[in-house]
Ligand binder design. Structure first.
Ligand SMILES: C[S@@+](CC[C@H](N)C(=O)[O-])C[C@H]1O[C@@H](n2cnc3c(N)ncnc32)[C@H](O)[C@@H]1O
Length: 268
């Protein structure tokens, strides 16, 4: 894992979802081509900035709830994104300093900044794997995963704002099942997923922008997002709009601005 390897692989000839998301979150790790594409999305869907912020906030709350109330000490976070503080391990380790976190993403730019994800507590551990969720077996077979996670103990699988980049043709439900199958009882799935439910015509435009930029997307309905939790026990309040999943304070954004289904389920 070297920067030169990563730099060689970074494609700046077209926008990339991770770098566009970094722009929505107010980060600095994106290029002009990403800014341009992200601004095109924001022009048709100004809620994108709220959506990105609420997505991070859901990750923070879901991680804390799993650590505090469900004894989770290990996380597998796929589609990690460009590091944005606090990263998942910082949230988890603020509750349980010994928390262990494996991060995975297929974007070379995330790999380039992975060192920022390695600033673990001394009691805990983090690692980063360059992997494509469309090949779950390679991810599960990665030696770094076995070094950090004990698959005999519960693990939270964290798939935040990832599965809408996996189209039905790529078997998204089969992928999630494959990842959950290796995890023991008491493990969890925390997932967020953009949806067209509250404003279909706007989300059709957003879909077109991503597809035309070379990033196939499939934003799903509540019913289709709920399918990812089949066989799991959903924690209250069930599959909810991101800002309504156990909010820390009274939600102020509208459902249409957030346009994100979120949920946490426990494996029986
Ligand atoms: C919108 S960002 C979400 C980042 C973070 N999970 C969060 O919720 O804040 C989506 C991330 O998924 C990654 N991604 C997209 N397709 C992927 C794939 N097939 N395998 C692994 N990662 C992928 C992108 O590179 C990007 O970093």
């Amino acid at each position: 894992m070297t920067t030169s390897h990563a730099a060689r692989d970074i494609d700046t000839s077209r926008p990339h979802s991770a770098r566009m998301y970094d722009y929505y979150l107010g980060g600095k790790d994106h290029f002009d081509i990403d800014t341009k594409a992200a601004e095109t999305v924001a022009a048709v869907y100004p809620g994108i900035f709220v959506c990105a912020r609420e997505n991070r906030a859901f990750m923070h709350r879901a991680t804390r709830v799993l650590a505090r109330e469900h004894g989770i000490r290990q996380w597998l976070d796929v589609g990690t994104g460009i590091p944005t503080e606090p990263n998942l391990h910082q949230v988890a380790q603020s509750v349980v300093p010994e928390a262990r976190v494996v991060y995975a993403d297929n974007d070379p730019l995330v790999l380039k900044y992975a060192e920022r994800l390695m600033r673990s507590t001394t009691e805990g551990r983090t690692t980063y794997i360059e992997a494509d969720v469309n090949d779950p077996q390679s991810l599960l077979d990665a030696p770094e995963l076995a070094e950090v996670l004990d698959l005999d103990r519960p693990v939270a699988l964290s798939l935040n704002a990832l599965m809408h980049f996996v189209t039905d043709a790529q078997d998204p439900y089969g992928i999630v099942t494959r990842l959950l199958d290796v995890l023991p009882s008491g493990s969890a799935l925390a997932l967020s997923h953009c949806t067209p439910d509250f404003d279909p015509s706007t989300w059709q435009k957003v879909t077109d922008i991503y597809n035309n930029a070379g990033t196939p997307v499939q934003f799903r309905s509540r019913e289709d997002v709920a399918r990812f939790f089949d066989g799991l026990e959903l924690l209250d309040p069930g599959v909810s709009v991101g800002h309504r999943w156990r909010p820390d304070s009274e939600p102020t954004a509208t459902d249409a601005e957030v346009s994100l289904w979120t949920g946490v389920g426990i494996k029986p």
